[in-house]
Design a binder for this molecule. Structure first.
Ligand code: BES
Ligand code: ZN
Length: 458
């Protein structure tokens, strides 16, 4: 038997063990944005550290940060001239609310048919555990033909505030030939995917303060500006009637989509029916001049993520609220600069705000878009995916954001292999998140092939 067939066999034989490990990680409620879950983030980090020690990693180190810890590990290859692959992952997850929409408890991973349901099952504990399962299977069947480094963070879902600085100051520790980042996903379950572009993100929050406390709307209504009304009026002016963003200057630096790029995007099967089914909307809505895949991959957006003002309980209460708040984010494309876009939005909203209320705007996080037509290891990864799925790889420009790809390019000088085994209907960031297990299995097999494809010696 070859090393490859033995590794694949080992994975098949121990599938239940790997699934249990995966479930054990999903069971830890590592919601990074919620301070109450801080100990759970450390738990998840220590769980992974223990797994990496179990794999015989020579170095496993937990670096505390201002926020949640960063885990670094290294498992060296004995082979002379073995390339170094840096595997990125995040062990934090998004909040679970609205909890009442979940059919099973989010942190009690449940297998239902072909799916594992639970927060983080797809984004991205499943992908982290797929990587570890592949490494363990390769090691169980022989030597490791590549040196592996792991960089696992607990703040991805809140914009990785500690990671940029860490990567900058630990560039030597993280030095590598190849970056594998499985935090992205697939086009469909039959289309193994490599992502070559991601949108950036700007996240901000605005607040309008009116009266010093909620007021009786009869006694004072008509004499004070209502922050909720004003907020609604401002938000209504953030878009033009055709759906484009109305912030002056917003599109100034947007790189137009070249004809070649249009063809490349069009080569990915895009199924409008699937979009309608996954989203449940009665009709798609977006810039008419662009296809759905162009809209998510290569066009910027501005969206209100949440609004809060006044009385939102059962029944009625006659008040003028003291304040109103909105959380707003923009998905950015090359060459939009998050800081510049923030200033443009701030200036525009300021110009729309009447003097009868006080405005404050804060920036939560910002990261530029990522676009690269190649990355070291691309050929090997594509071959591993194609052999596993027995079909061609789809190359996709994604709408989500993985800011670390840009950070690594900046400080390590290495472009990332962006892939992953989640599907568009996994309901990531949403209730009932799940991972399609047959796809996860193929993903592990593909990663085994990928690691072993560097074994030129045997
Ligand atoms: N894994 C996702 C991003 C993703 C999902 C990329 C599917 C491609 C396909 C990641 O965990 C994520 O959600 N990122 C955040 C980043 C933000 C908080 C800076 C996002 O895109 O909202
Ligand atoms: Zn996410």
């Amino acid at each position: 038997m070859t090393h490859l067939s033995e590794s694949l066999q080992f994975f098949t034989n121990h599938y239940d063990h790997f699934l249990q490990q995966y479930q054990a990680l999903v069971r830890i409620p590592s919601v990074s944005t919620d301070p109450e879950h801080k100990p759970d983030l450390l738990d998840a980090c220590e769980f992974l550290a223990a797994r990496l020690r179990g794999l015989g990693a020579e170095r496993v180190e937990i670096f505390p940060t201002q926020g949640h810890p960063i885990l670094f590990a290294e498992k060296r290859s004995a082979r002379e001239g073995a390339p170094t692959i840096l595997i990125y992952g995040h062990y934090d997850v998004q909040p679970v609310n609205p909890i009442e929409e979940w059919g099973t408890p989010p942190f009690e991973p449940t297998i239902s048919g072909e799916y594992l349901i639970g927060r983080g099952a797809s984004d991205m504990k499943g992908q982290v555990m797929a990587s570890l399962a592949a490494v363990e299977s390769v090691l169980a069947a022989g030597h490791l033909p590549v040196t592996l480094k792991f960089l696992l963070e607990g703040e991805e879902e809140i914009g990785s505030p500690s990671l940029d600085g860490f990567i900058e100051t630990h560039a030597d520790l993280l030095a590598c030939d190849i970056v594998l980042n499985p935090d992205s996903g697939m086009v469909t379950k039959d289309a193994p995917t490599i992502v070559y572009g991601l949108r950036g993100l700007l996240y901000l929050e605005m607040r309008l303060d009116g009266p010093k406390a909620d007021l009786h709307s009869g006694l004072f209504g008509g004499n004070v500006a209502n922050p909720a009304n004003v907020l609604a009026a401002i938000i209504a002016k953030l878009h033009n009637p055709d759906g484009t963003v109305a912030v002056p200057g917003f599109y100034d630096k947007v790189l137009p989509i070249t004809p070649e790029e249009k063809m490349r995007i069009a080569s990915v099967r895009s199924d409008e029916d699937a979009l309608l089914r996954i989203t449940g909307v009665p009709q798609l809505y977006g810039e008419q001049a662009y296809s759905p895949l162009e809209r998510t991959g290569a066009r910027p957006t501005l969206d209100v993520n949440g609004m809060y003002a006044g009385f939102i309980g059962e029944g009625s209460k006659t008040i003028i609220p003291a304040y109103a708040k909105a959380k707003i984010s923009c998905r950015l494309v090359p060459d939009q600069d998050p800081d510049e876009i923030f200033e443009l939005i701030r200036a525009y909203i300021t110009s729309l705000t009447p003097e009868a209320v006080r405005l404050s705007i804060i920036k939560h996080s910002g990261a530029p878009a990522y676009l690269a037509d190649d990355a070291p290891g691309l050929e090997q990864l594509a071959a591993a995916l194609e052999q596993t799925w027995n079909t061609k790889v789809s190359y996709k420009r994604e709408g989500g954001s993985i800011p670390v790809a840009t950070t690594m390019l900046k400080y390590l000088g290495v472009k990332s292999l962006l892939t992953g085994f989640g599907l568009p209907d996994d309901q990531i960031h949403s209730p009932n998140e799940h991972q399609h297990l047959p796809t996860w299995k193929l993903g592990v097999q593909a990663l085994i092939r990928f690691f072993l494809s560097f074994d030129h010696a045997s």
